[in-house]
Design a protein around this ligand. Sequence first.
Ligand code: ACO
Length: 158
Amino acid sequence: MDIRLARAEDFVGMQQANLVNLPENYHIRLWIYHIVTWPQLSYVVEDFKGRIIGYVLAKIEEESEDKTADIHGHINSISVLRGYRRLGLAKKLMLLSQEAMASVYKAQYVSLHVRETNKAAIGLYRDTLGFEVADVEKGYYADGEDAYMMRLNLESEP
Ligand code: ACO
C-alpha cells in the first residue's frame, strides 16, 4: 500500500470510497476544488492495483478578515475501506494532513465534525490523535444526528 498526496484525477476513486463508507457525500466539484486549492493537505492510500482504499480530504479556513488571525485546518472527510481498517492508515492520513496544515499554512489548530455515535472515528480523533470536543452542534447532520465539533491545537514551527 502506498500513501501519497491526492491529485486532481483521484477524485473518482476518492468519491467512490466516500460513497461506500459514509452517508455524507459531495459533488465532484468539491473534491477537485479542495485538491487543487490546498494541494498539500489531502492524501490517498492506494493498493497494489492503484485502487484508492482510503483518503483524507482537508482544507484551510480563515475566519477573520485579518488573514493572520485565525488560520486553521479542517478535515472535511476521511475514510478507509472496511477490509483495510485497524492498520493505522487513518492515523497516518491524519498526521500527514495535520503536519502540512502547520508547516505550509501555519495553521494554529485543526477542526472537524463527527457524528456523536461514530465510536471508531471518535476513538481515532480523541484517543489516538488527542482531539477534544469543542462544541456539540445540534441536528448538524441531514438525518438530525448531533455532531461533535472537535479540535486539536497544532505544534507551531520554531
Ligand atoms: N473502535 C474503536 N476505536 C477505533 C476503531 C474502532 N472500530 N477504529 C479505529 N479506532 C481508533 C483506535 O484508537 C485506533 O488505534 P488502535 O488500532 O491502536 O487501537 C485508532 O483509531 C487508529 O486507527 P486506524 O487503524 O488508523 O483507523 P482506520 O484506518 O481503521 O480508520 C476510520 C478509522 C477512518 C474511522 C474508519 O473506521 C472508517 O473509514 N470509518 C467509516 C467512515 C468514517 O466514519 N469516517 C469518519 C467520519 S468523520 C469525518 O470524516 C471528519
